[in-house]
Ligand binder design. Structure first.
Ligand code: SF4
Length: 430
């Protein structure tokens, strides 16, 4: 059983629809706890609690051959399969020992998507109906499964996700020939409609069955195919709009297989690119930005500046913003001002005029915001030109951060260019 657990929790680690630490620290025998425990990860429930989950695949025996995936049928890796009862027993035993509070269940495709979904449903049925388990469950929907099978799974799960995997149909056809765009989009639409119907029914009848009450999410691989950040962000925006997704997760492609269709195995995962996409995703969801404002067609994000700073520098005509008069929506667009900061500014300025020290007390990051705001005592030290602001912003960034092209778990080689050259490169001043 432990061998199966090792294989199937390891196989689940590439799924980022919930977050895990990636640390492999183990106890030396004199302490308690182990960050290396198989498959424990964390997620946030609808009421904001952080819950630990057993993150596991039902099987890694897959009938499909997605080029980017370690579990593809043509890859030679150790294989294992849990029965539905084994999954339920593991979860309930881990729960009783206080290791976990919930389950994240995914699976490779056993013979076909409908059969896989039925087996996953059976595991959740045993957990919910036989063991009376009320904890959080996140289940992956398998694209191509019969809608009835999918609906049954959704009645037991709190959250579901359908991985969109690749940002375009062209890449999907190339790298995941067994999957089609329609097979991925159809369950997303079904889950969206099922959630709506279920909320209407629950509003009328208290005991109506609840379908996926914590909503749905998806995951996209970044860097396995050639799509730009512009394409990825536009797709993200449209997924939020059309399918009411709670989250779109981005997963920097980790090269594990040699294929002429994929980046070489020596390529480092584009973690900084993934980070910029998460920042931009935040701007779409909480700051009122549209994808088309953040990037032009074919563009990728600037790896040196966060997307909000980048936007502000490209739109200096809107700045400086007067913090004592500007509308809330404009305050949100000031680098260094977050949602909480903007709300505090609007509340506080009703009774008094705000100055820089008041803004600092409210949590505004003046190191960034000072170039874009005025409040009667405008910071006059720095001329408001794009280059001057970039130069000044980057002088706050440490040398190692400035020269690092990519966040790495391993030692970086010595940078070739000096700090001054890096800034010049960024400003286009070779
Ligand atoms: S369906 Fe594709 S991505 Fe999913 S486990 Fe099988 S090979 Fe991997």
């Amino acid at each position: 059983m432990f061998e199966k657990l090792k294989i199937l929790t390891d196989a689940a680690k590439y799924d980022v629809a919930c977050t895990s630490s990636g640390v492999d620290r183990v106890s030396d025998g004199n302490g308690i706890g182990s960050a290396a425990s198989c498959g424990i990860c964390h997620t946030f429930s609808a009421d904001g609690r952080c819950v630990s989950l057993l993150k596991i695949l039902m099987t890694n025996v897959c009938a499909y051959d997605c080029a980017y995936c370690v579990n593809r049928v043509s890859n030679d890796v150790p294989r294992a399969t849990f029965t539905p009862r084994e999954i339920a027993d593991l979860t309930i035993n881990f729960y009783r020992r206080n290791y976990i509070e919930g389950l994240f269940l995914s699976s490779a495709v056993i013979s076909n998507p409908t059969r896989t979904t039925e087996l996953m449903t059976e595991a959740l049925r045993i957990l919910r109906d036989e063991y009376r388990f009320y904890g959080y469950i996140h289940a992956k929907a398998i694209p191509g499964a019969d809608p009835e099978a999918l609906y049954s799974l959704g009645l037991y799960a709190d959250r579901m996700s359908v991985n969109i995997e690749l940002p375009s149909e062209k890449s999907l056809n190339l790298l995941a020939p067994n999957k089609t765009r329609n097979a991925i989009i159809a369950p997303m639409a079904q889950i969206r409609d099922g959630i709506k119907e279920s909320s209407r029914a629950v509003a009328k009848y208290r005991h109506a069955p609840r379908f996926v009450p914590a909503g749905q999410s998806t995951q996209m691989i970044v860097g396995a195919s050639g799509e730009s950040d512009y394409q990825i962000l536009n797709l993200t925006e449209s997924l939020y709009g059309k399918y009411n997704l709670k989250r779109v997760f981005f997963s920097a492609y980790v090269p594990t297989v040699s294929s002429s269709l994929l980046p070489s195995v020596e390529t480092k995962p584009p973690l900084l690119r993934e980070h910029r996409l998460y920042q931009a995703d935040w701007l779409l969801r909480y700051y009122g930005f549209a994808a088309s404002e953040l990037l032009d067609e074919g563009e990728n994000f600037n790896l040196y500046l966060d997307p909000k700073c980048n936007w502000a520098l490209a739109h200096l005509e809107f700045f400086p913003v007067n913090v004592n008069r500007a509308p809330y929506e404009m305050l949100l667009r000031v680098p260094g001002v977050g949602v909480t900061g903007a709300k505090r500014i609007v509340a506080a300025r009703r009774t008094r005029s705000l100055d820089m020290s008041a803004l600092k007390r409210m949590g505004v990051v003046l190191k960034r915001a000072k170039y874009f705001i005025e409040c009667g005592e405008r910071n006059g030290e720095i001329k408001m030109t794009e280059n001057a602001i970039i130069r000044s912003l980057l002088s706050d960034v440490s040398y190692s951060r400035l020269t690092a092209k990519q966040i790495s778990f391993f030692d970086e080689p010595e940078p070739e260019a000096g700090k001054e050259e890096e800034i010049k490169a960024l400003l286009g001043q070779f």
